[in-house]
Write a protein of this length. Structure first.
Length: 257
């Protein structure tokens, strides 16, 4: 499907590995210039989509650096057509084991950067009267899971934030959507199953089998499958789609909403 994204400028945060990296590569494949923002560069320039991926060092825990990101992108590349708001994953622990410091750190990982980047991207796009924003979140917004309270709680707020942006920015030609991945094969997922194997005295393969058992399509996602959905949503093929939340989870969330 022709997406018509070539020549545009995008930024993707938390983009050196995993889902963010796959999204950056997918948009670069479509011919976009993609600013891939993480604490580390992650790859050699030769790996980076024919020079279309521009690594950008930013620590999302640093609110001043995060606030400056959008202006830097517009200054360096002349416009901002697509913003993909991805964040590092928070700690996984039961509610009763959480400290207040855990809650504060997760706020600074999952909510504050989304609000900062979403607001400044929306301002830049409103000035252009065009643009598309995607929040990468999690199916745990729709279906909280044991150990996932930080993710479910702050992402629910981030979800409400982008839904509101979608409504307010629609008259200015800016679309705002959310992609909710389910279990996806990345370093983070590998770390989670290894942690569960240690906690439960089981093997990693047994923990993977437990995750996959709850997925009707019988496997977890590849990061590229999440990236394909993001590429569609930011493209003109999705020109009448705004304010939506799309689960990419192999059918794991069964609720009717
Ligand atoms: N994998 C899943 O099954 C799954 C499912 C649903 C939702 N999610 C969510 O999707 C997001 C990405 O997950 P993933 O599996 O792709 O994770 P991942 O493979 O661990 O990648 C995390 C990315 O975040 C970057 N990062 C970490 N701390 C950062 C910081 N302070 N500032 C800027 N960048 C930072 C990392 O790069 P640097 O270390 O170079 O900074 C890396 O590029 C997370 O929020 C996760 O909770 C994942």
């Amino acid at each position: 499907m022709y997406l018509g994204l070539e020549k545009g400028v995008a930024f993707v945060t938390a983009a050196s590995r995993g889902i963010g990296r796959a999204v950056a590569e997918r948009l670069a494949m479509e011919g976009m210039t993609v600013v891939a923002a993480s604490r580390s560069v992650g790859s050699t320039p030769e790996d980076l989509g024919d020079g279309r991926i521009v690594p950008f060092e930013v620590d999302l825990a640093d609110s001043e650096a995060t606030a400056a990101l959008v202006d830097s992108v517009v200054e360096l590349h002349g416009s901002l057509d697509v913003a993909v708001l991805n964040t590092p994953g928070p700690k996984i622990k039961p509610v009763l084991d959480m400290t207040w410091a855990d809650w504060q750190a997760a706020h600074d990982q999952l909510l504050r950067p989304v609000v900062q980047l979403g607001t400044s991207a929306a301002r830049a796009m409103r000035a252009q009267q065009a643009g598309a924003i995607v929040l990468l979140s999690s199916t745990w917004v729709r279906q909280p899971a044991p150990g996932g309270v930080l993710s479910s709680s702050y992402r629910a707020a981030a979800s409400a934030f982008v839904k509101t942006l979608a409504t307010e920015l629609a008259p200015d030609g800016v679309r705002v959507n959310q992609v909710m991945p389910g279990a996806t094969g990345t370093d983070r997922m590998q770390g989670i199953v290894e942690m569960k194997a240690t906690t439960n005295g089981s093997t990693v393969d047994e923990e993977i089998a437990k995750v996959v058992r709850d997925i009707p399509l019988g496997q977890w996602a590849e990061a590229t499958e999440i990236a394909d959905a993001v590429a569609f949503l930011v493209s003109s093929r999705a020109s009448f789609v705004t304010g939506t939340s799309l689960s990419i989870d192999g059918g794991a969330v069964r609720g009717a909403h």
